[in-house]
Design a binder for this molecule. Structure first.
Ligand SMILES: *Cc1c(COP(=O)(O)O)cnc(C)c1O
Length: 365
């Protein structure tokens, strides 16, 4: 077997080895075509089977009700930031955004660009560097809002809404960095979107899950066609050429996720990983300092912590690399260490990191 690096990158991130091995095996001759899946028509029956399987596995794994459409688009979360207000905030409709981090703020700013005063901030923790989530009492929801937008996992800061914000509005949620980390009830959501490159697959595919009443709100005939959610929903994400290889890999990841017991089993792994990592950080509280001190708000996907000095931080990153672990340097705005432990990171990988951390404290603490 090849020597795989232990990957804690925040995104693009590691993929499950069996999903990659399957791609390797099928690369030169996909489904008996004598071609790779990249080289065949997106209208061919061989590709169509992959496309349908990726959509069906998404619905099955997440338990998506029949009144939702699943779409596989391009442009990442960024294009969705703009498409959401372009499609949904017409005719004076209003929306509230909860800004809890770098990405949540970007989503808000893009919506503001498109919809101006019809978009407002319903709560923000920017005053505390987004190191925690707002309390229910800190949210101020506009009764006239058609939806509330939030970011389920704040990738940069390492906070995560385990209980979704309490409002009586439908949600639109950017789940780019924690989609499918556990099972949850989709019914509260008008729209869910996620760039695939953190928890699902390679970059270049955006998963969009949209409730029928939200699709019906998208009545914009004057938008360029690619920007219309309804068109993609009506055409089953085959209006134009989809990112076929990315969708193929997504299919491989989802099929693997199903084979290991689906989102319930994945949740158990993720909880275990978070317990190990935060456990080590808290145990050595005099050495490691967590960025997020509010325990309930801590992300199971991105764990941010600091070492006593910049020199020790740099030594941690470089020694970890020598020990076969990469991607641990914190995001530039936060600094310190960030270990991203998405679904494809195994409990064993985290055990290896924690053992490294223990040794590092003994040597330097
Ligand atoms: C990475 C990330 C993004 C940016 O995604 P792109 O696909 O690069 O546009 C947006 N939101 C969240 C929560 C992210 O983690």
């Amino acid at each position: 077997m090849t020597n795989r690096t232990i990957n804690f990158y925040a995104g693009p991130a590691g993929l499950p080895l069996p999903a990659l091995e399957r791609a390797k095996e099928e690369l030169l001759d996909f489904a008996g075509t004598g071609m790779s899946v990249m080289e065949i028509s997106h209208r061919s029956k061989e590709y169509d089977a992959v496309h349908e399987e990726a959509l069906a596995l998404t619905k099955e794994l997440m338990g998506i009700p029949a009144n939702y459409k699943v779409m596989l688009l391009q442009g990442g979360a960024h294009l969705a930031f703009g498409m959401i207000p372009l499609n949904l905030l017409r005719k004076g409709r209003k929306a509230d955004y909860i800004t809890t981090g770098n990405w949540a703020e970007k989503a808000y700013k893009e919506a503001k660009l498109v919809a101006g005063d019809n978009v407002r901030e319903a709560g923000s923790t920017k005053a505390v560097q987004f190191a925690r989530l707002p309390k229910a009492s800190e949210l101020d929801i506009n009764p006239e809002a058609s939806f509330v937008h939030f970011t389920s996992n704040n990738t940069v800061e390492g906070t995560q809404w385990k209980d979704f914000p309490k409002t009586d509005k439908p949600y639109i949620c950017d789940m780019s960095s924690d989609i499918m980390w556990r099972p949850f009830d989709v019914n509260q959501f008008g729209l869910i979107y996620a760039g695939a490159q953190k928890n699902l697959g390679p970059s270049g595919v955006t998963l969009v899950i949209m409730r029928d009443d939200f699709i019906e709100m998208c009545d914009a005939q004057d938008l360029p066609s690619y920007l219309r959610f309804k068109l993609h929903a009506d055409k089953n994400s085959l209006y134009n050429t989809p990112p076929t290889f990315g969708i193929y890999l997504l299919r491989n990841v989802l099929a693997y996720n199903k084979s290991i017991g689906g989102l319930k089993a994945i949740e158990q792994n993720n909880l275990k990983k978070a317990e190990l990592l935060y456990g080590c950080v808290d145990k050595h509280a005099g050495f490691f300092k967590p960025f997020v001190t509010e325990v309930a708000d801590r992300s199971t996907m991105n764990v941010d912590f600091f070492l006593p000095t910049e020199e020790l931080t740099a030594a941690f990153v470089s020694e970890a690399k020598k020990a076969g672990m990469v991607g641990l340097k914190g995001y530039r705005d936060v600094g310190g260490i960030r270990a991203s432990t998405y679904n494809a990171v195994s409990v064993k990988d985290v055990e290896t990191l924690v053992a490294f951390m223990e040794t590092f404290v003994q040597k330097n603490g």
